[in-house]
Design a protein around this ligand. Sequence first.
Ligand SMILES: [Zn+2]
Ligand SMILES: [Zn+2]
Length: 189
Amino acid sequence: MKRIIYLLKVGESTQSILSSLKKNLEVEFNEFNLYVEILQEGIKLRYSEYDSKREQYKAPKILKRLIRKAKNNKFFRILGILEKDIYSKNYNFVFGIAKRGSYAALISSARLTENFYRDHGMMYRKRETKGEIEERILKEAIHELGHTFRLKHCRNVCVMRFSNSLTDTDKKPVKFCASCLKQLKTSIQ
Ligand SMILES: [Zn+2]
Ligand SMILES: [Zn+2]
C-alpha cells in the first residue's frame, strides 16, 4: 500500500507554500518510501477556534479536527498548514502541534517570517529569502510529523529539537539525528 502524507490547507493559505512543501517533504521522506499529496479541498477556520483577546487560533482544537479527518478517511498521515498565528495552553505561541503517535499534525507559517515580528513591533533581524522561509516551514513540518511517528524532543543536532524562536528553527538541521532516525525507521516499518 502506498503510504501518503496528505497536505491540507487550513483557512486562507498560499498555494505556493503547499507546493514547495510537498516537493521538499518528498525529498526528505523519499528514503522511507513515503509519498506526499496536496488535498484539493482545504478546510475553513471556525469562529470557535479563534481567541479574539489573544488574536490567535487555538491549535489543539484545529488538531482535533485533523485527527478526526485522518480517522474518517483512513489517511496514513495528514498535515494541516495555516498562515494564522496559533497557540496551545502553556505557550504564547507554537510553530506547530501534533499528538505523539496520532495521524495528524498542524503547522503555522505565521511566525516563520521576519515580517511577523516587524509588524508586531517585536525584534526582527534581516529580511529573509523565499528559500529560507520554505526551509523553516519544512523543518517544522518534519518536526511535527516526527511526533506522529512517536519521536520525542531531542537535544542532539536534530530536527526534533524543540524550537521556541526563529533563531532556534534556523539553527536546527532539516535532518534527524542517528538516534531519532533509528526510532523513526522502526516506527514507519
Ligand atoms: Zn515538538
Ligand atoms: Zn534526534
